[in-house]
Ligand binder design. Structure first.
Ligand SMILES: [Zn+2]
Length: 87
């Protein structure tokens, strides 16, 4: 049975006439808007300000403590700082 999601609205047109439509490859639930016919992710994953992560690491915090502060993996901190050009 398909039920409407009454607490969410379409991010494209703002309509509340949306239905759940399974999950995408990474497991996030998707919806289908019946008004503008788009398929989108219902709730975006959290985003972390990676510049703030880099600044926190440069204040002599470790990878793990920086990860704990921002609630991300220490490997994510390491991978971001490895990509970042040194100045
Ligand atoms: Zn829509």
């Amino acid at each position: 049975m398909i039920t409407t999601v009454d607490t969410h609205t379409c991010s494209n047109c703002g309509s509340a006439n949306i239905v759940r439509n399974g999950h995408n490859k990474s497991g996030s639930p998707t919806y289908h808007c019946k008004d503008c016919k788009v398929y989108r992710v219902l709730k975006k994953k959290k985003t972390v300000d990676m510049e703030a992560v880099a600044r926190t690491y440069e204040e002599r915090n470790s990878y793990r403590s920086t990860g704990r502060i921002f609630n991300i993996s220490h490997v994510s901190v390491y991978n971001h700082l490895k990509k970042k050009p040194k100045n």
